[in-house]
Design a protein around this ligand. Structure first.
Ligand code: GLN
Length: 193
């Protein structure tokens, strides 16, 4: 059966993920409301700005329902800002009251804008566990992972830091596969559903 995969559509590069998921064989739909969240088998949280997305999650009354679905085992994939939000702990989360809010789906600490302190954006070919050859990774004010719990697999690294991780069927990348034509990361996620 074709999995129905939502893309959180409050802010960020929703459209690119919808296209990538469709090409990867999923039924891709936008999620902005509670009923839409309830209707999906899995969710993608796009790249964008994790503090802005957190604010909108609150305003749209999706924060607690989303935390509950993730706690209940709904698979998710987050790129960049999405990776930040999927963490249990966020370092450099932002100004108190307007900070990025962790959804707690992957047992890890993610540092916001970690690479950005050195260089805002960069691209490179990196090895990715389970995928042949290399993956062209686009990093834009990207986070890196500072700590992973025992149940978390590190699938890729850049500059010595984990930049792709998986816990169960929940996946996160600090880079943006949705921005390249390579659908292998989305397919990895969709095929696991
Ligand atoms: N720096 C952004 C944040 O903190 C993430 C950047 C991105 O998604 N490209 O959310």
């Amino acid at each position: 059966m074709t999995a129905r995969v939502g893309v959180l559509a409050l802010q960020g590069d929703t459209r690119e993920h919808l296209a990538a998921l469709t090409e990867a064989g999923a039924q891709a739909v936008t999620v902005r409301r509670r009923a839409e969240l309830d209707s999906v088998d899995a969710l993608v949280i796009p790249g964008g700005e994790s503090t802005a997305m957190s604010k909108l999650l609150r305003e749209f009354e999706l924060l607690e329902p989303l935390r509950a679905r993730l706690a209940d085992g709904m698979p998710a994939y987050g790129s960049c800002a999405g990776m930040i939000l999927l963490a249990t702990e966020i370092a450099d989360a932002g100004v108190p009251g307007r900070e990025a809010l962790p959804l707690g789906a992957i047992d890890m600490t993610v540092r916001r804008n970690a690479f950005g302190r050195q260089v805002d954006s960069f691209e490179g070919d990196i090895a990715f566990d389970g995928l042949e050859g290399s993956v062209h990774a686009v990093f834009i004010r990207a986070p890196w992972v500072e700590r992973v719990g025992p149940g978390v697999e590190v699938l890729a690294r850049a500059a010595g830091h984990p930049v792709a991780v998986r816990q169960g069927r929940t996946l996160a990348t600090a880079f943006h596969p949705e921005m390249t034509g390579d659908r292998r990361v989305h397919r990895l996620f969709v095929d696991s559903l």
